[in-house]
Design a protein around this ligand. Structure first.
Ligand code: ZN
Length: 268
């Protein structure tokens, strides 16, 4: 490719992407391709969160709220964060759902809380959501979408030029970018770009169970909870959003069982 053209493409891509970089997440144990800093994601999330709070009904029912107020700070602390900097609310909504936004905001629906049998089961869901935030899954997902929209040619050049860190980290980042670009090249919106990939979900489960155990909750309750979710959503025509982009329940339960086993426990 002519040098001029190559340069203009890089310039165009960089203008769209802002700063592109691979960041190593220590807790996660892998490099992430992130085009956005934590602050800009948190700012965008802050306005979405404020909007959610005005558009949706926040529950004041102590059956839900006191449980969340009891469980969430313990989990947040176990994840190495300051609870006073996080926000967590129960929304009146019968669907089996929960979500987290960058910057430390967690929403739990009354519907999913209705199938929980104890605090530890809520801890499993809250831990999972905290892990999504800590692992910056939204930023990663966003970066993948940006990458897809910028166009493969420009993106592949921009990405290759912007992997940073040690030689090994750069190699891992480049490999990952390469794999991503290959997936996009196949037209694969499936898997690579869906809201929270299956990989993200399994990572969030793993992190969540870790936080749960650290906070003193029985991690076996995570497995029990997912079995209850499976049963509760079985009759529904469409799987709940919380589960639809998520790995098949069997995969998830197998993954959780394995993590809990590594913690030296066996669940009945
Ligand atoms: Zn999730």
């Amino acid at each position: 490719m002519a040098r001029f053209l190559r340069r203009s493409i890089i310039a165009a891509a960089m203008a769209v992407l802002g700063v592109a970089a691979c960041t190593y997440n220590e807790e996660l144990g892998r490099s992430q391709l992130l085009f956005t800093g934590p602050d800009s994601m948190a700012q965008a999330a802050a306005s979405s969160w404020e909007q959610l709070k005005t558009q949706r009904t926040i529950s004041n029912d102590p059956r839900y709220v006191s449980r969340l107020n009891r469980v969430a700070p313990r989990l947040i602390r176990a994840a190495g964060e300051d609870p006073s900097k996080w926000e967590y609310l129960v929304f009146e909504d019968p669907s089996l759902n929960a979500f987290a936004l960058p910057g430390g905001r967690i929403g739990i629906h009354t519907g999913i809380m209705d199938i929980m049998k104890n605090d530890a089961q809520l801890a499993a869901v809250v831990g999972h959501e905290i892990a999504h935030v800590k692992y910056r899954h939204s930023a990663e997902r966003y970066s993948q979408n940006v990458l897809a929209s910028v166009g493969l040619g420009a993106a592949s050049i921009a990405v290759g030029a912007n992997c940073e860190g040690t030689a090994a980290e750069r190699r891992a980042c480049e490999q990952r970018s390469g794999a991503l670009i290959q997936a996009l090249g196949l037209g694969a919106i499936y898997g690579a770009i869906l809201p929270y990939s299956r990989k993200h979900e399994l990572e969030a489960d793993t992190g969540g169970v870790r936080y749960m155990a650290r906070a003193g909750y029985d991690p076996c309750e995570a497995i029990r909870f997912w079995k209850q979710m499976q049963a509760a959503s079985a009759g529904q025509a469409r799987p709940p959003e919380f589960a639809s982009t998520h790995p098949a329940s069997e995969t998830r339960i197998r993954n959780l069982t394995e993590i809990v086993r590594k913690q030296g426990r066996t669940c009945s």
